[in-house]
Ligand binder design. Sequence first.
Ligand code: GDP
Ligand code: IMO
Ligand code: MG
Length: 427
Amino acid sequence: MPALVLLGAQWGDEGKGKATDLLGGSVDYVVRYQGGNNAGHTVVVGDQKYALHLLPSGILSPGCTPVIGNGVVVDPAVLLSELSGLADRGVDTSKLLISGNAHLITPYHTTIDKVSERFLGKRKIGTTGRGIGPAYADKINRVGIRVQDLFDESILRQKVEAALDSKNQVLAKLYNRRAIAVDQVVEELLGYADRLGGYVADTTLVLNNAIDQGQVVLFEGGQGTLLDVDHGTYPFVTSSNPTAGGACTGTGVGPTKISRVIGILKAYTTRVGAGPFPTELHDEDGEKLRTIGGERGVTTGRDRRCGWFDAVIARYATRVNGLTDFFLTKLDVLTGWERIPVCVAYEIDGKRVEELPYSQTDFHHAKPVYETLPGWSEDITQAKTFDELPKNAQKYVQALEEMSGAPISAIGVGPGRDETIQINSFL
Ligand code: GDP
Ligand code: IMO
Ligand code: MG
């Protein structure tokens, strides 16, 4: 069992942090492979709650080495403040490894993210405003700044100059903002070099060696399948590949080394930001899911949009990720509903459709076709085995499994590490 991927099967916030933390005690490395501090992963250990944005959730497991892979975009200021916040709480952060090839989010990326969203007006994506899109755009456009550039002042200056040349024109002439001075950016970035230097490593080599030696590596996704820039609800997506293939490009570990791909799946659906969402609820049920589920963004504090479970999306996640397992989270939140609707297909222009339509137009027109399952009223947060769940909760899980196309190997019945029913081992 050398390498596993753990990723979001919906629109993010499925409970990846909790699931990663649960496995953290049994794996040697936990690796972030894409995204940046747009992520907000909550981990609850005993009475302690941690909100991680950039650091892999494995940082809370003492035996585990956390790694930030080349596919991640790193805001050095955020990274350092997250590290010191954890150190203040007694967490050992010294093992962290950061790829020298990871790209940096600089202050101009954050500025451009915010002004370009404002410029889009009603058509905005609803980004987290953390500079993610602009940093990835520079990477693909080959004017990005990488972590390794922090250690060569001359190269750093040339690259910042190249990046700001055109950006300053855009900022001043299009967005009516002040130009950003090269010196100021270079000085700020150089100020991080000493503090980050000790963490930087050839992470591709480290991870491949570890796998060759039989150690266990867990790749932790940020965001989710439907936010993937290739496979998600484009353009209402993030600018990276949270889907399984991203784990390879974002770390330099080949697909033949990955033996398991676990999709984290909420027992209902949420989304933050703009974009289509067929099962979204604008009624009391939506409000109830938001309140009971605590559905407020960890990163931006925005209310999450809430809706019923969508099996079309789950099946799609199984397909584009090659999922081997699901980890179904937040089943406890559904306790108390007499009947629970589940979307089994869409109706698009009068036709029943079983698979996620590839056309954006069709997806915008998709209306959910619901089957209604009987609910349960018993508290399930203490359940430790599948048999301890009320019969109707068991049936709900079995129905979701049948519709979603991969076995549900674990069930979350509360936010804590122990509030999990393990059905099949992940390792
Ligand atoms: P992530 O971004 O995928 O890591 O998910 P978030 O941390 O943004 O949101 C998931 C929320 O649900 C967090 O507040 C978790 O503590 C919480 N959570 C995770 N699993 C469960 C569960 O099984 N039941 C309940 N009630 N809460 C859970
Ligand atoms: P975790 O890892 C939920 C959403 C934003 C916006 C879109 C693009 O906690 O699941 P970006 O700032 O990435 O350019 O914003 O993606 N988004 C998330 N939604 N959970 C996340 O992360 C998200 N990260 C980005 O709300 O719609
Ligand atoms: Mg989150």
